[in-house]
Design a protein around this ligand. Sequence first.
Ligand code: CO
Length: 228
Amino acid sequence: MYFTTCLTLFLSPNQGFMLNYELLLQENKTWAADMLKADPDFFNKLSELQTPEYLWIGCSDSRVPANQITGTMPGEIFVHRNVANLVVNTDVNVLSVLDFAVNHLKVKHVIVCGHYGCGGIKAAISNNDFKPVLNMWLRNIKDVYRIHRSELDLLQDDDKKTNRLVELNVMEQVFNLAKTSIIQRAWKNEQRPDLHGWVYGLKDGLIKPVYEMKAGTHIDALYEYDNL
Ligand code: CO
């Protein structure tokens, strides 16, 4: 055992000492066996095809796992997560996910789900220099604050300010989705997907819908393409 000084060790009843990350692999075996017990065909079916109806764009925060908090199973939600659930129009990652989900998986709903107490939102409100890469990302949230400054500046309580910006940020990200030609083309040709802005409560586990945009909704004409 070379690693004993720097890594935490756990005693496993079956295999003696295990490195802590190995517990994840152990748990995976148990989970896969349980799934097969409930439905012997579960993995066969899923390995052939995924037909999720939902695209989830959520925060990377470890406390907001899309499937668990919505009671859904593998295969039901296509997921993209990043810090503070942003839809940035130069982000190849989120746009690739959106393109694939809308044009290939044909999802019916796109959900942007933020969460109260979001660390990314708090960081964006602060004046701290988080160094280049995080500063670049958080700038998008500062821009949302600026758009809603007249409302947010009135809130004295820091938590209230953070949580209202969480809601407004989710709404702005729904707008950002609607500004893409990916969404506008799908709206024009297939009258889907509907867009949803939700906020998850870390303290009660409940999701609050805060904004909804039905397929085909008109947005600021400046952003609407007429030759889709
Ligand atoms: Co967060």
